[in-house]
Design a protein around this ligand. Structure first.
Ligand code: FES
Length: 337
């Protein structure tokens, strides 16, 4: 899995050009710095600097692609600079559609279109003890959340998973700002995140914040449910594009409607079918509610379940998939909906 950016799946109530409903601005690139291999910290100046956004906020950015443009959502990186500038971190995704490569090509003085910041991953009110779990580029919102928890005087600790310290962005900033509170899980050194252990380590009155790929969220969420912890005390953001297989184009056929369409990389099955006039109910568009489930009749590939709704048993049965996020690794799938 190669998340280049923390991407929300675009909501259907977005405006026609794909950006979420806030005001649009032209931002100017102040700086672009490599903060880890394939990760660029991009500093943006808005024409009218806004007050510091709440921790956990993100920014929608229009990125240029070889064919057209698209919207990407990036968490704001809070490094404690109160200078009115916005910072985002972008992982270059070599097998993506080109948006992250374009972001990495930006130079100081370049302009790009962005929206108002959006706050969809807020801190819990109150002073509950917190565990912040980040994987890969999921560290970006955690920087601001941890800073806010420290300012509040709340109890918290940070668990940060990645391949190795050298490949993980912002480790030095985290460790200097939160001494003794950061644990790195470096997979190259055998470090791993055990969802059961993570959940067990959250105090009974505590809150777990998670930002990482869908598979990690699914496993942690399952452990959270097994322990019968309050759902509201697990707060998360995930990479809408991440899965167990690289995204490839595939074909989806709905025999009952006589429809066959290609699902390109960067487009969901739901979007591809909707563009072909097939209506499917949906709500969250994040793989959480299950409303967009379709029935699998046949597949000549592997279903790459990227939702957190289906149970392990349902995924193993292979009879349904969530059209908003899940894909097929292989030539195609035949469904009913
Ligand atoms: S719309 Fe909620 S899981 Fe797809």
């Amino acid at each position: 899995m190669h998340p280049s950016h923390r991407t929300r799946v675009r909501r259907r109530d977005d405006t026609a050009d794909g950006m979420s409903g806030g005001a649009k601005h032209v931002a100017t690139v102040e700086a672009r710095d490599e903060v880890a291999p394939d990760i660029a910290l991009i500093t943006l100046r808005l024409p009218d600097p806004a007050p510091t956004p709440p921790p956990g906020s993100h920014l929608d950015v229009i990125v240029r692609l070889a064919a057209g443009s698209d919207t990407r959502s990036y968490s704001l990186v809070d490094l404690g600079h109160d200078d009115g500038l916005l910072r985002i971190a972008v992982r270059r995704q070599r097998d993506g559609r080109g948006g992250s490569v374009w972001m990495h090509s930006l130079k100081p003085g370049d302009e790009l279109e962005v929206t108002d910041t959006v706050d969809e991953f807020p801190l819990n009110p109150g002073a509950a003890p917190s565990v912040l779990l980040a994987a890969g580029i999921g560290i970006t919102p955690v920087l601001g959340l941890a800073r806010a928890l420290r300012a509040r005087g709340s109890a918290y600790r940070i668990l940060y998973a990645g391949r190795s310290r050298d490949s993980m962005a912002f480790t030095a900033e985290l460790e200097s700002s939160h001494p003794g509170l950061v644990t790195l899980a470096e997979s190259a050194r055998g470090g791993r995140v055990s969802p059961a252990d993570v959940v067990a380590g959250v105090p009974q009155d505590g809150v777990l914040y998670l930002c990482g790929p869908m598979g990690l969220l699914r496993d942690v969420r399952q452990a959270w449910q097994q322990e019968e912890r309050p759902p509201a005390d697990l707060r998360f953001e995930t990479f809408g594009t991440s899965g167990n297989h690289p995204a490839r184009p595939y074909r989806v056929t709905v025999p009952r409607l006589g429809v066959t369409v290609e699902v390109p990389v960067g487009t969901s099955m739901l979007d591809a079918l909707e563009d072909a006039g097939v209506e499917i109910m949906y709500d969250c568009l994040r793989g959480e509610c299950g409303l967009c489930r379709v029935r699998i009749l046949e597949t000549d590939g592997t279903v790459d379940h990227r939702d957190v709704f289906l149970s392990p048993r349902q995924r193993a049965e292979g009879r349904q998939m969530c059209a908003c996020v899940s894909r097929v690794a292989g030539p195609g799938v035949t469904i009913d909906c």
